[in-house]
Design a protein around this ligand. Sequence first.
Ligand code: SIN
Length: 272
Amino acid sequence: MSDWTIDKMAGHCGARLTGVRLETANQSALEQMRAALFEHGVIVIPDQHLSPEAHITLAEFFGPIDVNRFFTPVATHPMIAEVRTAPEQAAVIGGTWHTDHSYDAAPAMCSILSAQTLPPFGGDTHFASMSAACAALSPGLRKMLEGVQAWHSDGSFADSKVGIDSAQDAFRDPVLHPALIKHPVTGAPCIYVNGDFTTHFEGWSVEESAPLLTYLYAFVTQPIFTARVVWEPGMVAIWDNRLVQHYATADYSGHARLMHRITVQGVPLDAA
Ligand code: SIN
């Protein structure tokens, strides 16, 4: 990867890789890119204009593809999900802080988003480092969370206002994950609760859980833990769903936006 340049985007997450051609990158370059992903949580690679085939090949370097059961697939390539906003649509897919697939027993390892159609302004994606947020917890709260598990559910898709296909047979039973996970590769401790899919702590009622979950959602998304991806034509972003949460900004009303997304299979998560 000697011709590549890696520039940090912010203090706690995000790196921009330039001089990279994903379609022709060799095994060693891809391995170095994966190491950058584990270090920075999210990496962006400008000016790629990936074909669907190259997008699939890139995803398969990271692992088997985990086809999202709620999103509309790309008609010609059903392994790829569409993240589409029509001009008249007010809400967008992913327009609240969340972790892709945390409702699965083995949640998706990474997501790979490839820009297809961008609005003339806005539509940025924000990322927040769950490892930096975890490191910033007070020792008391961290110790308490170390013994806690939380339930995650795909139920929020039932009230989706963003054109997600909530076919009845897509829904599964809620799953439990530790509130603080150990990153499966690096071992980094990360906070693992999110506002879209976490419902409550195991052994606590929904009402008892709500104040602490609300506190944690605000805590983990403080600007100091975040980086902002300003999309460019042909850009690709890859993020590790164990290391970061993300948020798509719905600020381009009247304009279309289309991204292609692939999620890659992950593993069950252990406690930090
Ligand atoms: C997502 O939540 O995966 C979509 C992010 C985006 O469209 O920027």
